[in-house]
Each structure stands twice: as structure tokens, then as C-alpha cells.
Ligand binder design. Structure first.
Ligand SMILES: Nc1ncnc2c1ncn2[C@@H]1O[C@H](COP(=O)(O)OP(=O)(O)OP(=O)(O)O)[C@@H](O)[C@H]1O
Ligand SMILES: [Mg+2]
Length: 356
């Protein structure tokens, strides 16, 4: 999670392969910063058709991916810096503190630590780490551990290869979500909560220039908003999806003030209630763990950040200033993209701006 833009590449591609759609951002590196060359968002689910996690086989992605590259006239062999990401259940990110260890001991010690801290079984675990800081007084090290499974990584690289791409840097989604924010905003203090609300999940990230890093995935997203509408309005999934894009959640009745969210049964709760409740729970945990409650803002990104009414709902529920984050603030934009403010592209942009 480097803060300075020390990239050496000339062009870069950020590729966010989500369960609903593939997002691609193509950048040119300038002397100081980046210029947007092109972007594309393409759904990988047949329009209007309901999908479940088990339908999402990797074979589905590669044709869409190669098609996108053709449309954008990108020869993936010519772009040296292609960054993609993996996320979900079999990935994990955690900041830990250890006593000072020299380089040659660090890796094996961290592997041992990671087994204690991360919910991934040891034998299958692929581990990466970054030393964030060494505390002056105590010499303790703050380290960010990133782990995934060999299977998930293989599945991801086979999608890239089948799409004609040589796998390059592969980040964990939540880290790229944090990068999308920190590389495009210049905050000097405070704690920021970023929610990347996708289709089957929401990446929740807590980041601040000097705050402890926290990340988790919440198992609700756009798919669930559509399911709520289908149930409530007695509509098919595809009608509910269209209804959602038009109306969002603005016209929904508010939960009865008398009924506390916690007391509702899971099946009675709406998706926005579930997400708000999980975010609250994690914020409480964070305050206790990190001893920091200097929350300045909730930033919404991802396709479902565009859901009408969600920004106001989250603000009211969480009592923290909330906004849909525009990731395209620190880029040179060609005239045809001047009005581009799509929060769905945030993660792909974070990937493309990632330093080598
Ligand atoms: N204007 C809009 N209003 C409401 N929802 C929207 C809008 N545009 C897109 N969405 C929803 O955003 C979701 C897709 O977002 P995104 O591309 O971030 O997900 P994904 O990355 O494919 O999924 P995941 O991260 O869960 O694997 C879909 O559920 C879609 O219905
Ligand atoms: Mg996503």
C-alpha cells in the first residue's frame, strides 16, 4: 500500500473481475500522475437471468474478457503492467504487530503468525506481507498480512490466461479498494470507511494515514437488493433488477422506529439493513481493537453504490458523513470522459494506479 506514485511502467491496466461484471481501466502514465485512456464495464451474467454463486464458473469470464480487450483495441501482450485482484471467502488481510525480526527470520515467523490470525487452512495458504512501519520506541513492527489459497489463485490465473493475458500482479480486493481511495484523495488524518458494494458481496475497508488497517467482506450486495424487490413486489428477478436500477430503495418504507434492527430475524431484514448492521458491528469491533474512533467519512464505491437512496440510508443509519466516492479526481481525463464519475470503476482504477 505505497502512498507515493513511484510507478515505472508506461501504460497499465486494472482488471476487476467481479461476480456480476468485469471492469477494466486502461491508463497512460504521465510524468506526474495518470491519464485515462479507456475503460469498460461488461456484465458476465446473461441479462435479466438470476444467478447464484455456483453458476459462476470461470469459463464464463474468459470470452467476455477477450471480447472487451478486442473492443478496446488492447493487445494484452503489449501492456506490461496488468494488475488484477481476487477477493471473497478465501482471501484475508490483517494488520498485526510483532516484535522486531530480521528479514531472514520474518517470513517463517509470519507464516506461523498467519496461521493463528487468518481463517485459511495452513497447508493451502499462499502468504504475502508488507512491513508498514517499525515503531521507534518499541521497535515493534506493524505488518500487513495477505493470504489466499492456491486454488483460488489458480482459478484466477486460468481466467486471465484463457482471456489472453499473462498474469501480472494480483492484489487482494480490499487492498485495491484502499488504494483507489488513498491514491485519489489527499487526506492527512482521520479514519475512513470504504464500502465496495458489488453484487454478491461488499468489501469493507477501514483506512487512515496513521490508523490501523482493517478489512472484511460482508456477504450482501446488489444481487440481494434485487432479490428483496422481487420478493416484495412479487416480480421476476429480471423485472426486479430493472425496477432496482430505476427506483433504488428511495421509495421503500422505513423500518418501524420501534423495531430495532437487531431484534429482527435475518429473513425479515432488508439488504440495506443487513449491510448497515454488519458495518456497525465491525466499527464497534474496530474501535475496541484499534482504540480509534475518528471516523470522518463513509465512502461508497462498486456498482451498488449507485443504488438510489443508499447514500442517505447509510448516513442516517451509521451517523457518519457518507458519500458516493468519485475515484476520477486525480487523473487527466480526455474530453469524451470528462463527466465520468462511475464508482463501479473504483477498484479497477485502484489496481491500474498501483505502483510496481
Ligand atoms: N445504477 C444502479 N443502481 C443500482 N444498482 C446498480 C446500478 N448499476 C449497477 N448496479 C448493481 O451493481 C452490481 C454490480 O456491481 P459490481 O460490478 O461492483 O459487482 P461485482 O464486482 O461484479 O460483484 P462482486 O464484487 O460481488 O463479485 C449489480 O448487482 C448491479 O445490479
Ligand atoms: Mg466487485
Amino acid at each position: 500500500m505505497a502512498k507515493k506514485k513511484t510507478a515505472k511502467f508506461k501504460e497499465s491496466i486494472g482488471l476487476d473481475i467481479g461476480s456480476h461484471s468485469i471492469k477494466l481501466v486502461h491508463l497512460k502514465r504521465l510524468h506526474n500522475g495518470f491519464k485515462l485512456l479507456n475503460y469498460e464495464i461488461r456484465s458476465t451474467v446473461p441479462e435479466g437471468q438470476e444467478y447464484t454463486q455456483s453458476d459462476l464458473s470461470p469459463d464464463r469470464f474468459a470470452p467476455v474478457l477477450s471480447n472487451m480487450l478486442r473492443t478496446l483495441k488492447i493487445n494484452p501482450k503489449k501492456v506490461k503492467h496488468i494488475v488484477s485482484s481476487i477477493g471473497g471467502d478465501n482471501t484475508s488481510l490483517k494488520q498485526i504487530k510483532t516484535i522486531y525480526l530480521p528479514d531472514d527470520e520474518l517470513e517463517s515467523a509470519l507464516f506461523f503468525e498467519a496461521k493463528k490470525h487468518l481463517p485459511i487452512s495452513g497447508s493451502d495458504m499462499m502468504l504475502d506481507y508488507q512491513v508498514l512501519s517499525v515503531e521507534e520506541k518499541t521497535n515493534n513492527m506493524n505488518i500487513l498480512l495477505a493470504a489466499t489459497t492456491r486454488d483460488l489463485l489458480n482459478e484466477h490465473t486460468s481466467i486471465l490466461t484463457a482471456g489472453g493475458i499473462t498474469p501480472g500482479i494480483i492484489d487482494i480486493e480490499s487492498l485495491a479498494v484502499a488504494n483507489a481511495f488513498l491514491l485519489n484523495s489527499f487526506v492527512e488524518s482521520g479514519v475512513y470507511v470504504i464500502l465496495n458494494i458489488g453484487s454478491l458481496k461488499t468489501n469493507m475497508v477501514i483506512w487512515g494515514p496513521t490508523a490501523k488497517f482493517f478489512a472484511r467482506d460482508i456477504a450482501w450486495g446488489g444481487y440481494n437488493f434485487t432479490k428483496d424487490i422481487a420478493k416484495r413486489e412479487k416480480m421476476s428477478f429480471s423485472d426486479a433488477e430493472a425496477y432496482k436500477l430505476e427506483h433504488g430503495i428511495v421509495e421503500e418504507k422505513k423500518v418501524d422506529e420501534e423495531v430495532s434492527l437487531m431484534s429482527l430475524d435475518i429473513s425479515q431484514k432488508t439488504t440495506q439493513e443487513q449491510i448497515a448492521m454488519e458495518v456497525k458491528r465491525s466499527l464497534r469491533y474496530y474501535v475496541k481493537e484499534a482504540g480509534n474512533s475518528d471516523f470522518r467519512k463513509i465512502l461508497l464505491v462498486g456498482g451498488s453504490a449507485k443504488l438510489k437512496g443508499l447514500e442517505a440510508y447509510m448516513k442516517e443509519q451509521l451517523n457518519i458523513d457518507t458519500e458516493v466516492f468519485d475515484p476520477f479526481t486525480d487523473l487527466e481525463m480526455p474530453e469524451k470522459f470528462k463527466d465520468k464519475k462511475d464508482p463501479q470503476l473504483a477498484l479497477a482504477l485502484g489496481l491500474a494506479m498501483r505502483p510496481e
